[in-house]
Ligand binder design. Structure first.
Ligand code: NAP
Ligand code: ZN
Length: 352
């Protein structure tokens, strides 16, 4: 089917209107009209080829919420009219040990990403959520609870699951002491989700202006990452630190903040860590780990958890043609705390 969206044609070009074909729906596919699309910092990294594997034209977007408008003949779980979410993956082998335990993001044959990734059957590049429609196999959609405000759900599909997964991996619950480094899209979801799970949360940020918001979101403590005295006073006080900083950085200021057996989980920067001192690890049997998004089963668990707890991101709704300005603001960390594109604006933007 023909649809339209916004694409970039090279790392240096702004996003612009783009008309393209979605693959014809297969038996196990849903055709989804996209209502809202979140703007993840990964979209910016990919659009600008920060990771070196971008292909163009690229339609970014992997925080997608929409309505099913057509179902293939073999679809079992969904019907026309259902509200669904689609995150960073649209396919995987579905047969390996990882897929069978619901960890499709770790598929032994590699998962198919929502954009900038070859389709498993046609080999054509996938296009993401900055568009009017998407075609996705039903196994990669999650159901959105009726209780949640649709205009704020999209960021749960990446920022939500990416921070929920390590909180669950490290058994965060009542009494856990969690630090969150970087209060942006992922960071503010980590705060909300950890508090929802019963943890005591500290925000570790380089931006003093965010302290008030951090406390409003329920964080009990705020550590300015440039204040060495405050960092020293907080030594050995966390079970888990979730680090969401999007650029290369060292972690030696953070590892001493972990208690014995504590873990710092890097979910932000994709690439080298500029420094870490092994002494900080061995003195407290501390660990460094990393985590990538989460499986579909856990994404549904997170979505249902947010539905029960009324957890939603703080969003700034934008129109599609405001995306380039939004990217610039995201780069400056000037967003409170996630941009969400209202896709109803797309027609107008394209016609303009
Ligand atoms: P974001 O909204 O831009 O937030 C990042 C936050 O990190 C900023 O608000 C800022 O918080 C801090 N920060 C920004 N620039 C910094 C710098 N130069 N030095 C130190 N701190 C800085 O980004 P996001 O959407 O949350 O994404 C964060 C990262 O996660 C990106 O690199 C993205 O690609 C990655 N990501 C990974 C996964 C995964 O599966 N692991 C999934 C999604 C995204 P303060 O002002 O509070 O310091
Ligand atoms: Zn993302």
């Amino acid at each position: 089917m023909q649809t339209m969206g916004f694409a970039c044609t090279s790392a240096d070009e702004p996003l612009a209107p783009f008309t393209f074909d979605r693959r014809a729906a297969r038996d196990n596919d849903l055709v989804v009209e996209i209502l809202y699309s979140g703007v993840c910092h990964s979209d910016l990294h990919q659009a600008r080829n920060d990771w070196g594997w971008s292909t163009y034209p690229m339609v970014p977007g992997h925080e997608i919420v929409g309505q099913v408008i057509e179902v293939g003949s073999a679809v079992k779980k969904y019907k026309v009219g259902d509200k669904v979410g689609i995150g960073c993956m649209v396919d995987s082998c579905l047969h390996c040990d990882q897929c069978l335990t619901g960890e499709e993001q770790l598929c032994r044959k590699g998962n198919t990403q929502t954009y900038n990734s070859p389709d498993r059957i046609t080999g054509e590049n996938t296009f993401g959520g900055y568009a009017k429609h998407i075609v996705v196999r039903e196994e990669f959609a999650v159901r959105v609870p009726d209780t949640l405000d649709l205009s704020r759900v999209a960021p749960l599909l990446c920022a939500g699951i990416t921070t929920y997964a390590p909180l669950r991996t490290y058994n965060v619950g009542p009494g856990s002491r969690v630090g969150v480094v970087g209060m942006g899209g992922l960071g503010h979801m980590a705060i909300k989700l950890a508090i929802g799970l019963g943890a005591d949360v500290t925000v570790i940020s380089r931006s003093p202006a965010k302290e008030e918001d951090a406390r409003e979101l329920g964080a009990t403590h705020f550590l300015l990452s440039t204040d060495q005295d405050a960092l020293a006073a907080a030594a050995s006080s966390f079970d888990l630190i979730v680090d969401t900083v999007p650029v290369e950085h060292g972690i030696d200021d953070y590892t001493p903040l972990l208690d014995i057996n504590g873990t710092i989980c890097l979910v932000g920067q994709v690439g080298p860590v500029s420094s870490y001192n092994n002494v900080n690890l061995l003195m407290g049997r501390r660990s460094i780990s990393a985590s990538m998004i989460g499986g579909i089963r856990q994404t549904q668990e997170m979505m249902d958890f947010c539905g029960r707890m009324g957890i939603l991101p703080e969003c700034e709704t934008i129109r599609m043609h405001e995306i380039n300005e939004a990217f610039d603001r995201l780069e400056r960390a000037d967003v409170h705390y996630r941009f969400v594109i209202d896709m109803a604006s797309l027609q107008v933007a394209s016609a303009a």
